[in-house]
Design a protein around this ligand. Structure first.
Ligand SMILES: [Zn+2]
Length: 182
């Protein structure tokens, strides 16, 4: 009797346990699907709101070959050759692709590195920073937050107060005099 009763109890407990496990399993599966969906939705929304797309062929017509190479192919202009390397006029620097204002002359300084150097961006959020492990060293790439154009790199050896050196290609930016509308 005891054996029979134990067998019945074992079967019932086992069935309940299996049901519970399968419920947990199906919940986990569903939750996983929901999470994935939510993530992909967010990604799509981010892309729609932040990324400004440009037709590559039209950009090639509008930009110089160097401007295109630097901004679209993450190229680098040769040091000491950029038009803003030794340029110290008062004004704003905008993205050459989408015209978003990025830097101000107040934060520009002569770092001696051969490219225009800025101590800070005009506003946080105007640029996005990405890890760049090309050339065998880890650097922080700077891109325009609005159109994704490559601008240059940022280093931690700049002067106070930020101690940052935004090393930016002249080919990625355009100088705008105060009072000029873009
Ligand atoms: Zn831009």
């Amino acid at each position: 009797m005891n054996i029979a009763a134990n067998l019945i109890r074992y079967n019932i407990v086992n069935r309940l346990r299996n049901r519970k496990i399968s419920r947990i399993f199906s919940y986990a599966l569903t939750a996983n699907i929901f999470t994935t969906t939510a993530r992909s939705n967010n990604k799509n929304q981010d892309n729609q709101t932040t990324k400004m797309e440009f037709d590559k062929e039209k950009l090639k017509e509008r930009l110089t070959p160097l401007q295109y190479h630097v901004t679209q192919e993450a190229g680098t202009e040769r040091p000491f050759t950029g038009k803003y390397n030794k340029f110290h006029e008062k004004g704003t620097y905008v993205c050459v692709v989408c015209q978003q204002d990025l830097f101000h002359s107040d934060t520009k300084y002569d770092s001696g590195c051969g490219w225009p150097a800025f101590n800070d961006v005009l506003e946080q959020g105007k640029v996005k920073l990405l890890r760049d492990a090309s050339l065998g060293v880890v650097r922080t790439e700077v891109r325009c937050s609005k159109c994704d154009a490559h601008l240059g790199h940022v280093f931690g050896d700049g002067p106070p107060p930020t101690k940052k050196r935004y090393c930016i290609n002249s080919a990625s930016i355009e100088f705008i005099e105060p009072g000029t509308t873009t």
